[in-house]
Design a protein around this ligand. Structure first.
Ligand code: GTP
Ligand code: SPV
Ligand code: MN
Length: 620
């Protein structure tokens, strides 16, 4: 695949490469279960090692976490945090120019043309891309160990899961993957059974941001998908299982096979009668998925018998099983935003991240406890994310600083988390950061009107990607950075999914981020979001039949939100209203974006767009 197969077979280290690969317990198991895949993967690893000039190869069996952590700690690349308060927790500092996903360096590489990926993607001819990749990868691992990380996305042996291999020289990447995916020996059977896998080739190279690329080749690797990423070592750029595989490559497969790979959290909500409703939510990066997936009902809700548990905090794969969408979490851990996580906003996350967690780019106090904005008063002598004594001017933690935590550290996992068939999804929430216009909640009147909610999503950008923060941009279904083919076709795919479902989820639009004239959030958010969730559950089960009928959709009667005493009713009222004029403006603003997809934009969605628009006009 990399054009060095022949040479790789005679290279200097090849004999020892082969021995290192063969000595891995994972590879031994793989060989027993599926000799074909074993041979293919052995060749690919050897070829990549040859190209990068790696000194040796280590295939991850699943028990290496301590050894690698100790190594990095000894070398001063990991800082051990306070063992009494944060057992087995470490801090990693990344270079200040490598702190977030880089969308401008992210490419979809195919043989046809840019039309295939549409106006929201960077496209490169796959042969040109491969040439750039090879020249950067060549010799980039001289003297280093090449790690091959076999991982499985989804419950083991689930028919909805998928396997992958990430080959990398970054031990930081290996440690992250060991926390956020299922890795090593235990995944050999699942990969062997599936008989296919996504290949991820990563190299830190020289971490040169000028030559940073995250390239996706959906047609390579026997059409199972190939990702090549170099000159970066951060988050979604480098943890190839996450956005590259579980969203971008998976989206190609999902379109072909009739399912959905979404940037969604998924939560189970139990009502006082014990009945469960599963609700998923697509909010853009750094816009509340992890927090909503860990929602703790306010005390009086808990007393009434409401309870919540988590399936996914970032990505959900959904398959049609007999007319119902069933969702699984492909991941096995969190790569969550640290700032503003606190006992007040998200106690479940705080408890989870107090052990076995790898922090990236947060601050630390004098006792080596992690510290970030939103935790409370700043202790004296805090060290910021770049290792300097905090001067009160810049940030203590980078706004995109993260915690990497195994999912089982979280106390309230849904019993369906490991269900190979997933959980039945009853609602989709779209939304994001919008300080104006978009109400707290509205319910779509039909599946296609819900698809329109998703397609029309315009939100403020965040620190999760390099670039300006707080700028409004189109981010349909929170998938703009992750939708690898033409967005118009994606809308069509959504519409088709709606048609084949007997029980399509109800679709909602939510917005926790409306601001008042002073720039303060109007809605208290976090655990108070339970009030909105309760309304959704009761709309689904039919307990609440009366709602305000607006041109955009249904919104709650204010009393159905059971507001707490300390909020200003009038302010809340204002965020439940539909501003018809404002929405008509929004429709005008979105039109050129929709038109940019040309004939790929579904006729059906244009019709929906005009229907809703007409309703708004009649309102004036
Ligand atoms: P990614 O991991 O980047 O995909 O982000 P995410 O969508 O999981 O967002 P997350 O839940 O980590 O929240 C991002 C930021 O938004 C954090 O700083 C949160 O504290 C803040 N946030 C989350 N939920 C709410 C809310 O209901 N209200 C307000 N005001 N802020 C919130
Ligand atoms: C996001 O940006 O949506 C994330 C963080 O979840 S990253 O893994 O870096 O993509
Ligand atoms: Mn995310």
């Amino acid at each position: 695949m990399l054009g060095v197969e022949k040479e790789a077979k005679q290279g200097q280290f090849v004999q020892s490469y082969r021995e290192e690969i063969g000595s891995s317990l994972f590879m031994k198991l793989l060989r027993k279960e599926n000799e074909g895949i074993f041979n293919e993967v052995s060749d690919l690893i050897t070829e990549y090692a040859f190209l990068t000039g790696a000194h040796s190869i280590h295939v991850i069996d699943g028990n290496e976490e301590k050894t690698i952590t100790d190594e990095l700690h000894r070398e001063g690349k990991l800082i051990k945090l306070n063992e009494s308060n944060f057992p087995n927790c470490y801090l990693y500092r990344s270079p200040p120019f490598d702190v977030a996903r880089s969308e401008k360096d992210t490419y979809i590489c195919t043989e046809r043309g840019p039309e295939e990926v549409g106006p929201t993607n960077n496209w490169m001819n796959s042969r040109d891309a491969m040439k750039i990749a090879i020249s950067n990868l060549k010799g980039s691992m001289a003297g280093k160990v090449l790690y091959a990380v076999p991982y499985w996305l989804g419950p083991l042996s689930s028919g909805f899961g998928d396997g992958g291999f990430e080959l990398t020289d970054s031990r930081y990447v290996v440690l992250n993957l060991m926390k956020i995916t299922r890795v090593g020996e235990k995944v050999a059977k699942s990969i062997a059974m599936k008989n296919s896998y996504v290949l991820g080739l990563h190299s830190t190279a020289r971490l040169n941001p000028e030559k940073r690329f995250i390239m996706h080749f959906p047609d390579e690797n026997r059409k199972m998908g190939l990702v090549v990423s170099f000159n970066t070592d951060y988050g979604g750029n480098a943890l190839l299982s996450k956005k590259c595989h579980a969203l971008r490559i998976a989206s190609f497969k999902a379109r072909r096979e009739g399912w959905l790979a979404e940037h969604m959290m998924l939560i189970e909500v139990k009502d006082p009668s014990g009945k469960s409703t599963f609700i998923s939510g697509a909010f853009p990066s750094s816009s509340g998925k992890t927090n909503l997936s860990m929602l703790k009902p306010p005390e009086h809700y808990a007393k009434e018998g409401w309870a919540t548990s988590l399936i996914s905090d970032d990505i959900t794969w959904m398959n049609n099983v007999e007319g119902t969408l069933r969702g699984i979490n492909p991941e096995y851990g969190f790569f969550g935003v640290a700032p503003h996580t606190s006992m007040k906003t998200n106690p479940g996350a705080m408890e989870a991240i107090m052990k076995n967690t790898l922090f990236t780019n947060v601050g630390i106090d004098r006792d080596r406890n992690p510290f970030w904005e939103g935790m409370g008063p700043v202790p004296d002598g805090v060290i910021d994310w770049q290792g300097r004594v905090y001067d009160g001017k810049e940030k203590i933690a980078h706004p995109n600083s993260r915690f990497t935590t195994p999912i089982h550290e979280y106390a309230d996992l849904s019993k369906d988390y490991e269900n190979p068939m997933g959980a039945p999804v009853s609602a989709f929430l779209f939304g994001g950061r919008r300080s104006d216009l978009i109400p707290l909640i509205m319910e779509a009147k039909s599946w296609n009107e819900g698809v329109l909610f998703g397609a029309m999503q315009r939100v403020e950008t965040t620190a999760a990607a390099i670039g300006k923060v707080g700028e409004l941009r189109n981010d349909p279904m929170a998938m703009r950075p992750f939708m690898p083919y033409n967005m118009g076709e994606y809308f069509q795919h959504y519409i088709e999914i709606g048609k084949i479902l007997k029980n399509p989820p109800k679709i909602y639009n939510v917005n926790w981020f409306r601001k008042d004239g002073m720039g303060n959030f109007i809605w208290p958010g976090y655990s108070e979001n339970m009030r909105v969730v309760e309304w959704i559950v009761k709309r689904i089960d039919g307990t609440i039949t009366s709602a305000v009928d607006t041109p955009m959709g249904y919104v709650p009667n204010i009393d159905d939100l059971r507001l707490p005493a300390n909020v200003e009713r009038d302010k809340i009222k204002s965020i439940l209203e539909i501003d018809a004029k404002g929405f008509l403006n929004e429709f005008d603003t979105i039109e050129p974006f929709f038109k940019s997809f040309g004939s790929m934009f579904p006729e059906e969605l244009w019709r929906t767009y005009h229907n809703v628009r007409d309703r708004l006009e009649r309102e004036l």
